[in-house]
Design a protein around this ligand. Structure first.
Ligand code: FAD
Length: 471
């Protein structure tokens, strides 16, 4: 007899959510999680809660408040001598992380899920060996396994991390003081978010991006808007700048990079390397079980996250698709429901993607570049927040909503927002697209006034050339 019906390896948003859903469905569940941050007590929640989504958003929120103080004079509010205490900011962040990771422990207790602390490895079809912190190995039998080991930052040989001067995103979330000069390798989502945090606190930030295009995966009109906004904020983003070497000398980091003018050097106090993440699938399962990884280490799965071994599933950052927490969680739910004999479905095409800079950038579905490349006839409507009363009142009238719809059927194929609360606004369009709505469906819905959502309404009207507040 098995110890468990389901063992989940990994307690991040993919794994812990899978464990909860399986327990809700009446399974005996254990979750194996080895995460220990800075040698402290073990925690559930994975990258997302401990060193990813949550701490980064807490710091973005705090620093945005601080940064906004400068603009309050226009409201008639005068603030003199404002300052920020980094230690307090970090304590608040750690407190929120602790509340949320502790909350998952409570959820596990309430759902009678066993948390097995240690490193899990699938050693046979029905066996998971767990090595605890002291090196003791215990093997558990199970009917089903869900692999959710997540991902880890990619290390590049030209900028070897010493975790003091050259750091990854985890290091940049924990700086105890504002670096005077911060270098960042990679203008991706994490690079831009972490740059925003420290730039708002006064760091001179230089971002080195090898690609000649900013945010190549984002709709390019929106990416260009973003580039203009970042320039106005004096974020120094150097495109086409490939870092060739970074060395720590005399408490500084000397960076050599190549751009179209040839080799250049730049000296910074801290260097953040964020060039992407790789699946954390090494030593996760024994050879010969039928589970396969691609050449980049991603576990191969079908549409319902089944691996090549019938009773084993894999979800989250370790499988194909965007490396996002909400995608991981939805896959976790799906895997648990498949195990329960249900027929869930997940549409990877409609996973919203968000960058929490100011302005925020959010999108779902196809970009204009993708529609062109795929030869799909489309029409577009856009609407600027500059013509939206609520955005004006909020002092956040930069950006726009852009909707792409099929030229013949009017079905919404893509939606892209740069502007205030884009992260929240995008969800109306995700719902609409899940229901295969036409742009006209949104155009005919009454939206609250004054509201940022009116920009979505107007963009939908604009698809048919009839926006009401656009010249
Ligand atoms: P993870 O969260 O990485 O969790 C995997 C867990 O498995 C880890 O805790 C690990 O310790 C454990 N583990 C691994 N191997 C084993 C083993 N053999 N035995 C036991 N335990 C094991 N995504 C968003 O959607 N929104 C955001 O705003 C966002 N911001 C981010 C900001 C930063 C700075 C970073 C780094 C990431 C961010 N992400 C964001 C990405 C998000 O964190 C990941 O997509 C998400 O955490 C993936 O979930 P997961 O469950 O697949 O893996």
């Amino acid at each position: 007899m098995s110890n468990y019906d389901v063992i989940v390896i990994g307690g991040g948003p993919g794994g812990y959510v899978a464990a909860i859903r399986a327990a809700q469905l009446g399974k005996r569940v254990a979750c194996v999680e080895m995460y220990q941050h800075k040698g402290e007590t073990p925690a559930l929640g994975g990258t997302c809660l401990n060193v990813g989504c949550i701490p980064s958003k807490v710091l973005l929120e705090t620093t945005e408040h601080f940064h906004r103080l400068d603009s309050l004079a226009a409201h008639g509010i005068s603030i003199k001598g404002a300052s920020i205490d980094i230690a307090t900011m970090q304590t608040r962040k750690d407190g929120i992380v602790g509340q949320l990771t502790g909350g998952i422990e409570q959820l596990f207790k309430a759902n009678q899920i066993d948390w097995i602390q240690g490193q899990g490895k699938l050693t046979a079809k029905d066996s998971v060996a767990v090595t605890d912190a002291a090196g003791k190995v215990e093997t558990y039998k199970t009917q089903y396994v869900i692999l959710a080991p997540g991902s880890v930052p990619i290390d590049i040989p030209v900028a070897k991390m010493d975790h003091t001067h050259i750091v990854d995103s985890t290091g940049a979330l924990s700086f105890t003081e504002v670096p005077k000069r911060l270098g960042v390798i990679g203008a991706g989502v994490i690079g831009l978010e972490m740059s925003s945090v420290w730039h708002r606190l006064g760091a001179e930030v230089t971002i080195f991006e090898a690609s000649a295009t900013l945010l190549p995966q984002v709709d390019q009109e929106i990416a260009k808007d973003a580039g203009r906004q970042f320039k106005m904020q004096k974020l120094d983003i150097r495109l086409g700048a490939a870092v060739k070497q970074a060395d720590v000398k005399n408490n500084e980091v000397v960076i050599t990079y190549e751009d179209k003018k040839g080799d250049q050097t730049q000296t910074v106090d801290k260097l953040l390397v964020c060039v992407g993440r790789r699946p954390n699938t090494q030593d996760l399962f024994a050879e010969g079980l039928g589970i396969k990884c691609d050449d980049r280490g991603f576990i191969e799965v079908d549409d319902q996250c089944r691996t090549g071994l019938a009773n084993v599933f894999a979800v989250g950052d370790c499988v194909r698709g965007p490396m996002l927490a909400h995608k991981a969680s939805e896959e976790g739910v799906m895997a648990a429901e498949v195990i329960d004999g249900q027929s869930p479905h997940m549409n990877l095409e409609l996973v919203p993607s968000i960058i929490y800079t100011n302005p925020e950038i959010a999108s779902v579905g196809k970009t204009e570049e993708q529609l062109k490349a795929e030869g799909i006839p489309y029409k577009k409507g856009d609407f600027p927040f500059a013509a939206n009363g609520r955005a004006k009142a909020m002092d956040a009238d930069k950006g726009r909503v852009k909707i792409l719809a099929h030229d013949v059927t009017d079905e919404i194929l893509g939606a892209h927002i740069i502007g205030p609360m884009a992260s929240e606004l995008i969800q109306e369009l995700v719902v609409a697209m899940e229901y295969k709505a036409a742009a006209e469906d949104i155009a005919r819905i009454c939206h609250g006034h004054p509201g940022l959502v009116e920009a979505i309404h107007e963009a939908a009207l604009a698809v048919d050339g009839r926006a009401l507040h656009k010249v």
